[in-house]
Design a protein around this ligand. Structure first.
Ligand SMILES: Nc1nc2c(ncn2[C@@H]2O[C@H](COP(=O)(O)OP(=O)(O)OP(=O)(O)O)[C@@H](O)[C@H]2O)c(=O)[nH]1
Ligand SMILES: [Mg+2]
Length: 373
């Protein structure tokens, strides 16, 4: 692997808007690195705890650290600490960090500070921003469909502006003409940025993308302009909800079907209330063993996808709900609370809401902000 300084661990950050496929793509990168004989440490990040992403990273057998309660830029020291913990645990050859999907300005607030202060330990790869093509085609005005309000779209645009590599993900879902249209529009809008095309789900393009990240020189001067008032307003328009629910039944039942029924009810409510979903993700896992179901919805009018299925029926388990949508968090709280209540008692299943929180992310206040290394 062409790591310019083999003494240093490679540090990769893979950003992109909520639901773009960061977790899926990071797992593919990590698997590829593992195949190449490298040890990998993963870092997940969210505004709150009880994270589906951490569960997914751990389930794939990677060492993982989770940073909660704020994004990397505002929790820079926690990021450094997490990297240190992973080093102590497994001495990774490569770190891959997933920033929060509503976060931007990561070059100036995370990448440059890491290079300046920890450049001896880590070799930072170019910063990739992933794009969900269906979402991007709408945001760029190429296709009609529901989208977000302008301050949320400001964040979306800033994320792409600072990318050194834009990875158009989910190409398995796209006819060649739509992909060409999107690629042309992105190249016109961000002419200096490298664009790659991948399917994180199927693995297409992952190897070429990784090789590009390991070989490409990085831009290390200049921070983009960011209006932190608009950025903060945009983030605050997004409601976040995390819930954990225990489920116990007298007899075993089909957890996959149950989860699909649950997401159907949530989606119907979201559409009735006119709420645009950025990403709704659910996991359902039995109390015993490693079995896991994961269900995703990346837009209110999209189709929910059961991306991992439980292999066996179960009688007791835990449901985790992570919902990010453009909505008043209290509305989300009420909606999820009601659906859980509806399901409680059905077919002898007892649901117990262990944890429920809903909030708007606070104003981003980066620990550091540098214009250059
Ligand atoms: N068809 C297809 N689906 C994909 C691909 N990559 C990711 N997805 C799906 O997109 C959804 C969101 O993927 P995640 O990896 O959780 O996205 P994320 O960017 O980490 O989401 P957040 O952490 O919530 O911001 C899931 O249903 C994935 O299975 C892909 O290449 N093709
Ligand atoms: Mg994720």
């Amino acid at each position: 692997m062409p790591n310019p300084n083999p003494a240093k661990a490679i540090y990769l950050m893979v950003g992109g808007f909520l639901g773009a496929g960061k977790t899926t793509a990071i797992l593919k990168l990590a698997e590829l690195l593992r195949q190449r004989g490298k040890k990998v440490g993963l870092i997940s990040n969210d505004q709150s705890y009880g994270l589906v992403d951490t569960k997914m990273f751990g389930a794939a057998g990677f060492a993982v650290e989770e940073i909660t309660g704020g994004c990397f830029c505002c929790k820079f020291n926690s990021l450094v600490e997490a990297s240190g913990k992973l080093t102590a645990r497994t001495l990774p050859d490569a770190f891959i960090a997933e920033p929060v999907g509503s976060c931007t300005d990561l070059k100036a607030t995370v990448d440059y500070p890491l290079r300046r202060m920890y450049g001896e330990q880590y070799a930072l790869a170019p910063f990739t921003v992933l794009v969900d093509p269906a979402r991007a085609l709408r945001v760029l005005g190429i296709e009609p469909g529901k989208s977000f309000s302008s301050k949320v779209l400001y964040i979306y645009d800033k994320q792409l502006e600072e990318a050194e590599v834009i990875a158009i993900n989910k190409i398995d879902t796209l006819a060649p003409e739509r992909l060409a249209k999107l690629r042309t529009a992105l190249a016109a809008k961000y002419p200096r940025t490298k664009i790659v095309e991948i399917s994180a789900r199927q693995g297409a393009g992952i190897e070429a993308w990784l090789d590009l990240l390991l070989a490409a020189p990085v831009q290390t001067a200049g921070a983009m302009e960011v209006d932190y008032d608009v950025y903060a307003d945009g983030e605050a328009l997004l409601g976040w909800l995390n819930a954990a629910v225990t489920v116990a039944a007298a007899a075993e039942f089909d957890g996959n079907a149950w989860l699909q029924d649950l997401v159907g009810r949530l989606q119907a409510e979201l559409n009735r209330l006119g709420i645009e979903v950025a990403h709704l993700k659910l996991t359902f896992s039995p109390d015993e063993g490693n079995d896991l179901a994961v269900l995703n919805l990346t837009g209110s009018d999209m189709r929910p996808e059961l991306t991992y299925q439980l292999q066996e029926p179960l009688a007791a388990g835990e449901l985790i709900v992570n919902l990010r949508a453009e909505a008043d968090p209290e509305m989300l709280r009420e909606m999820v609370g009601q659906v859980v209540q509806q399901l409680n008692g059905e077919a002898g299943r007892q649901l117990n809401l262990k944890h429920l929180e809903a909030f708007r992310p606070g104003r981003p206040t980066p620990t550091h902000r540098l214009a250059t290394v």
